[in-house]
Design a protein around this ligand. Structure first.
Ligand SMILES: Cc1ncc(COP(=O)(O)O)c(C=O)c1O
Length: 427
């Protein structure tokens, strides 16, 4: 049980067999805000942000920045939280740029990614952001046509031909990937920047998401530094080896190497590589999403029905695929606790599934829980990244409310959608 509790946010406590997060009882949060409910523990967010800051300060001797990958979960308050730590915000396209701008994130703290940025994405990025990570040559040519007097920095996205070990759908750095440019194309892009006087300032690569072994970063860092030396980058150049550091989602994956292990690995490899290739140390950027917000988030569901079918016990809850598509997309494995009966009851293996019309709408394929009954609350930890940002209105689902909890107080970051939200776009 303690291993399972370790998946929950840092402020989690068990009081009289009930889960409390941020000093709030999950039962009262469910009563106040309804279910399904997503809650974010402010203390956990702060702890992850501070750990990145401290680790970079300890292991990297030069300038550094953290860029929060907003694709993991973005709202105005989360963008403000990231900026409050001095972090930049990575935005994919004009929608996320809009949220960051609305949150008051400074122009130079907004960085734009995207593999097929539209003209509108690019013109918004040129006007409102500090850095565009250029994915391909045709994008670079569009940028040249849209150029303004004042331009954001341009970094080129390198495809190192090496991915990290993770689900195939979250690998990005391999040679068949749709992301980035191989060596040859990247040099064409460098030449294009130089002959068109575009502000080329750095190199980015990203090898995938949710990895726990940093080893495949080493040859990619070396290849990127070799490129940088050939390009001839000098003082003040930028290197971003992306994000993607993974987290344990299930007690079987514990212990998981730490944020500090990851930062130290990158910092040492970049320093050694710069020495080898005769480069000045770059301004080093890390781009974490999941490892900043996943553990802070907990999904809270109400059990509607417990039913038995072909030897299985199905615990049917009021959310699933529409707010968390990850099990269906990647076979992601989760753990859970019954919020009001953390221990006790005869253990049984149950399957936790949602209400949607897909057999793949299964949140957990087999987990041991004490007796679960209708009306109980199921808390699923590690729900802070790529849930709400990937959520849908499938079957008319109204996206859940999202609340921040801290010191016994809770406030909404995002209100629950209602039925009127579902026909707001009808014309
Ligand atoms: C370019 C880029 N940067 C950063 C991230 C963040 O990854 P993670 O949330 O796994 O840290 C991603 C996610 O795929 C990405 O594609």
């Amino acid at each position: 049980m303690n291993k399972r509790l370790a998946l929950f946010p840092v402020s989690t406590q068990v009081q009289q067999n009930e889960l409390f997060i941020g000093g709030c009882s999950l039962t009262s949060l469910a009563e106040q805000f309804g279910t399904p409910l997503y809650l974010y523990d402010k203390a956990d967010l702060d702890s992850a942000a501070s750990r990145y800051r401290r680790a970079l300060g300890a292991f990297w001797p030069g300038q550094w920045s953290v860029t929060y990958a907003g694709k993991a979960f973005l709202s105005i308050e989360i963008a403000k939280w990231a900026a409050g730590y001095g972090f930049s915000v990575d935005c994919t396209g004009l929608g996320e740029i809009g949220i960051a701008v609305q949150a008051g994130v400074a122009k130079e703290q907004i960085l734009v990614h995207g593999v097929n940025k539209s003209r509108e994405d690019l013109s918004t990025a040129i006007e409102k952001t500090g850095t565009i990570v250029v994915d391909n040559l045709s994008e670079l040519k569009k940028i040249a046509k849209l150029r303004k007097n004042e331009m954001p920095n341009l970094w080129l996205r390198f495809q190192p031909g090496l991915a990290v070990e993770t689900h195939a759908y979250t690998q990005t750095g391999h040679s068949e990937s749709k992301f980035g440019m191989g060596r040859e194309t990247l040099f064409e892009a460098v030449h294009f920047c130089r002959s068109n006087d575009l502000p080329l300032a750095g190199i980015h690569f990203h090898q995938g998401s949710q990895f726990r072994d940093p080893a495949p970063l080493a040859p990619a860092i070396d290849a990127a530094l070799e490129l940088a030396a050939e390009i001839g980058f000098g003082e003040g150049w930028h290197l971003s080896p992306g994000g993607g550091w993974g987290m344990a989602y299930h007690e079987d994956e514990l212990p998981h190497p730490s944020i500090e292990d990851y930062v130290q690995f990158v910092a040492e490899k970049v320093q050694a590589g710069c020495q080898k290739h005769g480069l000045t140390l770059p301004h080093l950027h890390l781009e974490p999403g999941r490892s900043l917000v996943a553990k802070a988030g907990v999904a809270l569901y109400r059990v509607g029905t417990v039913k038995h079918s072909g030897g299985r016990t199905w615990v049917l809850v009021d959310g699933g695929l529409a707010d968390n598509p990850r099990p269906a997309l990647y076979g992601a494995r989760y753990s859970a606790l019954t919020a009001t009966k953390v221990t006790g009851g005869t253990p049984q293996v149950v399957f936790i599934a949602g209400p949607y019309c897909e057999s793949g709408d299964v949140l957990i394929e087999g987990i041991e829980l004490g007796a679960v009954e209708e009306g109980d609350l199921i808390a699923i930890p590690m729900s802070g990244a790529y849930h709400i940002s990937m959520s849908s209105n499938y079957n008319g689902a109204r996206r859940p409310a999202v609340v921040m909890v801290e010191n016994g107080q809770a406030h909404e970051l995002l209100r629950r959608e209602n039925t009127a939200d579902l026909f707001r776009r009808d014309v």
